[in-house]
Write a protein that binds this ligand. Structure first.
Ligand code: ATP
Ligand code: MG
Length: 424
């Protein structure tokens, strides 16, 4: 991708209302454009990142054996009346409005009310269970505080998974597998998430939240520094300095961002929708359910909160918009500039032919310092520079975003070494 053609450009000034690091860097880096509080357009750079997060999520959900579906965001009032959630939490969380014929409508903030009746049409006997479905879709919530960039959107991306089981043992089995799948998602995105016990709703003592420790977190958790056992403060029996009940280590207090939350719903939704199955003896029983939420957009924002420095974002390779940020510099002598550009063009072609994604800063009117500052702000893992100096040495300058040092790599080895770097 040529930077000169890219929609969305970096800006030197921070947006006046950006209260969080992720919002500031995403707007300044040209990843997103804010429409209103908590609602963003993903520009090409930002879309590449969130798509990579979603792809990782999708791979791990498929590996779990879950099937992908897509449910509507636009929904009627009736199923929400069935569960009582049209009024509680109702407008506290839901956007509610009128359609034609005075019909009450909402935009999905979660999808139990849609998935349960859908599944009911296909599940009859114990032979149809267990199974699980998920979707990746925008959710809508009337959040009171939407000031943290992608961390708290009013329209935001969620992957929601729902599982359906014969009995509690099978729900427990799947729940543990889902935990492992969640861990893999965060690991692959460059986040270390602790699993914290949190309030579980009406049917179970605990749900589990995946919490990433960082100063910008809105949640407070208590966690053991040794075995990482953790609880959300809202329910917690612990305080700073207590002994860990699991391993005897010391419990610490920390701020954290909730990047996922999984629940055993038991029969909370199968009861009102009468989602039952017939067992081997012909007896009708309620299906047990689990639900599992993970926010790709919040994950993207959290990655920035955790991985940045004073110059900009430091993307982990797995979700970087491009692996390589290639900068070509103009020389005083126009003839040299033409040669530099020809060499850079060729390198881009070769890298792309080798399957490497490249953001190519081909601007002719930007100075070296400006281009380097932009490369740091955008945060691709590897910066390559082609200039009069590198041309003379038949090399390319190589600098990784995580390191302060640059080195020269012979041009003939460049594509091979980038290939190796991509694999590391
Ligand atoms: P919070 O307590 O932070 O408001 P929640 O507990 O209401 O979140 P869940 O209903 O558990 O959120 O949603 C599942 C996941 O969806 C969350 O773990 C988070 O990753 C993501 N998520 C929830 N609300 C938002 C939001 N407003 N903006 C971005 N992501 C969100
Ligand atoms: Mg939650």
């Amino acid at each position: 991708m040529r930077y000169s053609k890219l929609l969305g450009k970096t800006s030197k000034t921070a947006p006046h209302d950006a209260e969080s690091v992720n919002a500031r860097l995403l707007v300044q880096g040209g990843f997103v454009d804010q429409l209103m509080a908590g609602v963003y357009t993903y520009l090409p750079l930002g879309l590449r990142v969130i798509d990579r997060v979603k792809e990782i999520v999708r791979e791990e959900m498929n590996r779990l054996g879950a099937q992908e579906i897509l449910m509507p965001a636009l929904q009627p009032r009736e199923p929400w009346e069935t569960t009582g959630r049209w009024t509680d939490p109702g407008p506290e969380v839901m956007f509610q409005f009128k359609g034609r014929g005075d019909k009450d409508l909402t935009l999905g903030w979660t999808h139990e009310e849609i998935v349960t009746p859908t599944v009911k049409r296909f599940v009859r006997s114990y032979k149809d269970l267990p199974f699980s479905v998920y979707q990746i879709q925008d959710k809508f919530r009337n959040e009171p505080r939407a000031k943290s960039g992608l961390l708290r959107g009013r329209e935001f991306s969620m992957k929601d998974l729902y599982s359906f089981h014969l009995d509690e043992a099978d729900l427990d089995r799947f729940y543990e597998l889902a935990k492992e799948a969640y861990r893999r998602v965060y690991d692959r995105c460059g986040l270390h998430a602790l699993i914290a016990e949190a309030s579980g709703g009406a049917f179970t003592k605990y749900s589990h939240e995946f919490q990433v420790l960082t100063e910008s977190g809105e949640d407070i958790i208590y966690y053991c520094e040794k075995c990482e056992y953790a609880q959300n403060r809202e329910i917690s029996e612990y305080k700073e300095g207590d002994r860990c009940p699991k391993c005897g280590g010391i419990m610490r207090e920390g701020k954290a961002i909730e990047v996922g939350n999984i629940f055993k719903l038991m029969t909370r939704f199968s009861d009102p929708f009468e989602l039952n199955y017939t067992d081997a003896d012909g007896v009708s029983k309620p299906v047990l359910m689990g639900c599992y939420g993970l926010g790709p957009s919040r994950v993207m924002g959290t990655v920035i909160e955790v991985h940045h420095d004073d110059k900009g974002i430091i993307w982990p390779k797995a979700i970087a918009p491009y692996l390589v940020h290639l900068v070509s510099l103009t020389a005083k002598d126009e003839a040299v500039t033409v040669r530099v550009r020809a060499v850079a063009d060729k390198l881009v072609d070769e890298l792309e032919a080798a399957g490497v994604s490249v953001l190519y800063d081909d601007r002719e009117d930007a100075r070296a310092g400006e281009k380097f500052a932009d490369a740091d702000l955008i945060g691709c893992p590897l910066r390559l520079v082609v200039s009069e100096k590198t041309l003379a040495a038949d090399s390319v300058e190589w600098k990784e975003r995580v390191s302060a040092e640059a080195k020269m790599v012979p041009m003939v080895q460049a594509v091979g070494e980038v290939g190796e770097f991509a694999k590391k």
